[in-house]
Design a protein around this ligand. Sequence first.
Ligand SMILES: NC(=O)c1ccc[n+]([C@@H]2O[C@H](COP(=O)([O-])OP(=O)(O)OC[C@H]3O[C@@H](n4cnc5c(N)ncnc54)[C@H](O)[C@@H]3O)[C@@H](O)[C@H]2O)c1
Ligand SMILES: O=P(O)(O)OC[C@H](O)CO
Length: 333
Amino acid sequence: MRIGVLGAGAWGTALAISLGTNTRSSHQVTLWTRDPVHLAELVSQRANRRYFPGFSLPPSLQLTSVLDVAIEAADLVLIVVPVAGLRETLRGIAACGKGVPVVWGCKGFEAESAALPHQVAQEEYGGVAPCGVLSGPSFAQEVAQGLPTALTLASHDEEFSRSIAAQLHTARLRIYSSRDVAGVETGGAVKNVISIAAGISDGMGFGHNARAALITRGLAEITRLGLKLGGCMETFMGLAGAGDLILTCTGDLSRNRRVGLLLAAGHSLPDILRELGHTAEGVHTASAVLRLSQTLKIEMPITQAVCSVLHDGVPARLAVEALLNREPKAETY
Ligand SMILES: NC(=O)c1ccc[n+]([C@@H]2O[C@H](COP(=O)([O-])OP(=O)(O)OC[C@H]3O[C@@H](n4cnc5c(N)ncnc54)[C@H](O)[C@@H]3O)[C@@H](O)[C@H]2O)c1
Ligand SMILES: O=P(O)(O)OC[C@H](O)CO
């Protein structure tokens, strides 16, 4: 298959390396960056030192900064820009007029609209071609190293998700298909918020028990919101739910977890984001999720606490104390 990967950050580059060096099938991969200067670096260094140092780009990988070139050369487009760039990227693909099938790998809610990626896609690309989302526990570095990873590809078009999952599937990148787009996207988005909370807790030295409690009650928040948004219970127990939540709350490769660790150490959010140099979707998604939870009247205390630290200047210790001092209640979802 000919695959256009749009977005040459960590995840786009890792997917391009993994799919481009896949020995079982013969994918021809083109990686697109919007920045011509970045393209020149990629071409001359055959590596992405800016976003993904330590990995060589496979010789067969094509590189471009012209969107139409990446799309024209593709049977499938993978959009791997942050959620904030999804709408603009979809508009660019639509303007190309090819009607190419699209799968996105971004995880979050759009900050201003609080829309999930598939809702943005419906507005910008609805009815043009089959679409889906790729999500699940997947640190870019491990995927690029060829370490075993399992993902979920969800689409409302069941035939599309099965077919694309089968074509992208390898022994090292196992891809399961699903119809639950809203569930898969909600799991991938909210886990980033809970991961910031886990980072804060670990950074303050609260220990393994507290982290396990945050993961479990975080899963309850994901499930509550996800069910309201039309997701299925089993999705939240699967790769794109509990799987990704556990990975991101416990794995030190997580950028969202790192945001929490640095907040606990007393760093300011602008300094943290500058030092990170990468997308941490949980930062913007937290506010969108909080607004949604208030509109939908869903209790999401961990999300609320994370928002208060990120955006209201509440010290991490006070936010954690407020969480701990909540009234006792029955353990429900
Ligand atoms: N890094 C991972 O391990 C990983 C794994 C799974 C999913 N994701 C998700 O993938 C998405 C991208 O993450 P990343 O790790 O590649 O981020 P990153 O910060 O490493 O790179 C983001 C890339 O997108 C580009 N970009 C930003 N806005 C753009 C726009 N409007 N149009 C075109 N390009 C734009 C940037 O220039 C950069 O190249 C996020 O939603 C993230 O949650 C990341
Ligand atoms: O580094 P993070 O926190 O954006 O997490 C990366 C992936 O989403 C993990 O599945």
